[in-house]
Structures are given as structure tokens and as C-alpha cells.
Write a protein that binds this ligand. Structure first.
Ligand SMILES: *[C@@H]1O[C@H](CO)[C@@H](O)[C@H](O)[C@H]1NC(C)=O
Length: 169
């Protein structure tokens, strides 16, 4: 199901790209369908003050929250957001693990995302970025939240979301 979805997503991106080139009139229809699909398929998250609307969140190995996060592993996170045509080309990640009695800073790669590693991609409908989060082996085996902030070069919060996770062995 998920691989079918990824395939479908690729087709949509191609359509969007083609429409960007031809300036087709059916663009609005596809845009609506795309946004609907994104919001239907996204993991549930809480927005904590994004400047730009986050349309879609995917965390590898997670189909519903709380997302299992295995200690000592790297987990890929993919986000689609609408930068309102502002050409965002830099994101500094500030990510933390929030537990009831403690907060730990998370290690993200690549960080910042500045266009190297193809970590930030322009789509007809906005931007997409990916990054790997390292699940530190010393994190407590319990439920918590992953708080993700993407900052501009001037430290403005462009993206902020929180998603429930559970640290596993
Ligand atoms: C973490 O994983 C690496 C290899 O993937 C391994 O060498 C290392 O011993 C692991 N550390 C812990 C604390 O489990």
C-alpha cells in the first residue's frame, strides 16, 4: 500500500512538473487533489507555530503514531510544506525528544539543509525536505514527543511540528 502510494506520489510530481512547464489550466484541480492526498496520507502531528503550512509528514517505519523509534538507529523523516513561493533554500534543524521529566537534543543529518545532499527539493506545490534523526542509545524506553523545528538563516521558525513517538530497544 505504502509503495503504491510512493509510486502515486511520483506520478503526481511528474504531472505537476509537466504542468509547470506548460502552464496548464487544470493545475488548480491537481493542486487540490494533491493537497487532499497529502492531508489524508500524512501522519498526524501537532503544529507548534510554523510560518509555512506543513502539508505532509512521513517517518520511515511508522504508519501511525506513536512512531516507534529504535535506539541506536537512524530514521528518515520527510516533510512537504508550502513556502508560498518564497524559494526557501536553507533549513537549520533544531529537534528535541520531549519526555515527561526530561528533554534531549536530537542529532540530525544533514544539518543544516542548504541544498547539498538534495535534502531540499522544489515541487510545483511547495517544498519537500528530508533528514535523518539519530535515536541516541541512551534515550529512555518510553513514550514522548519529537519536536521538530526548521529555522531560516535569520533563525525564524519556518516549520514546527510535534509528533508522538515511543523509544524502543
Ligand atoms: C550502535 O550500533 C553500532 C553499529 O550499528 C554498534 O557498533 C554499536 O555497538 C551500537 N551501540 C549500542 C550502544 O548499542
Amino acid at each position: 500500500m505504502r509503495s503504491f502510494f510512493v509510486y502515486y506520489l511520483k506520478i503526481l510530481w511528474l504531472i505537476a512538473l509537466a504542468q509547470q512547464l506548460t502552464g496548464s489550466a487544470i493545475k488548480t484541480t491537481s493542486e487540490k487533489a494533491y493537497k487532499k492526498l497529502m492531508s489524508l496520507r500524512s501522519l498526524a502531528f501537532e503544529d507548534c507555530g510554523s510560518l509555512y503550512k506543513v502539508n505532509y509528514l512521513n517517518i520511515d517505519g511508522c504508519s501511525k503514531t506513536p512512531c516507534p523509534m529504535a535506539r541506536n538507529s537512524s530514521v528518515k523523516v520527510t516533510v512537504l510544506f508550502d513556502d508560498n513561493g518564497n524559494g526557501v533554500s536553507f533549513l537549520k534543524h533544531e529537534v528535541s525528544w520531549l519526555f515527561t521529566y526530561s528533554t534531549k537534543a536530537a542529532v540530525i543529518t544533514p544539518d543544516p539543509c542548504d541544498g547539498d545532499h538534495h535534502c531540499l527539493v522544489s515541487l510545483a506545490e511547495g517544498k519537500s525536505y528530508w533528514a535523518n534523526i539519530f535515536v541516541t542509545p541512551t534515550l529512555p524506553i518510553m513514550r514522548g514527543n519529537m519536536k521538530w523545528e526548521g529555522l531560516s538563516e535569520t533563525k525564524q521558525t519556518l516549520i514546527c511540528f510535534e509528533v508522538p513517538v515511543v523509544i524502543t530497544l
